[in-house]
Design a protein. Sequence first.
Length: 160
Amino acid sequence: MRADCAKTDVVVPSLDAGYEQTFQKIKRPREDISIEKVISGLSALRNEFVGQIWLEVFMVEGLNANAEQIAKIKNAIAAQLGQKCEVVADFPPSCLSKRIENNTEDVLSMLKRRPCLVNDIYSSLGINRNEALKYTTYLQNKRIIVSEQQDGITFFKALS
């Protein structure tokens, strides 16, 4: 995958946690993928890649949007990606919480009206697929919504 990335000018990977437990909750990766492997892979990419890396960090209130989690992510990034690493958008927690709260409410509002696929959520709200998955994960962890499988397709729906 790094060889394919090397053919581009800009790579935009995602790192949404600094701790393993948080990483597992947000990403729900395969069993063989850990936060250490992700950070190590990003570090290897930085050593091989001459273009720009714009690391996306998606903050989820109640999971990774507190000061300790943010510091852990920043330290992991800077320590592994080197001296040129800089935070280009540092939002105060109140601004971040409001945006997350609004998008979470929008997702929940949709799911109260009818069950939706993740594609329905992200296309309707104008967000990317990963964001939609993170909001649904957050709402599932809060036991506000559930996912159901039907004919191999996952639907999300609000609990009554």
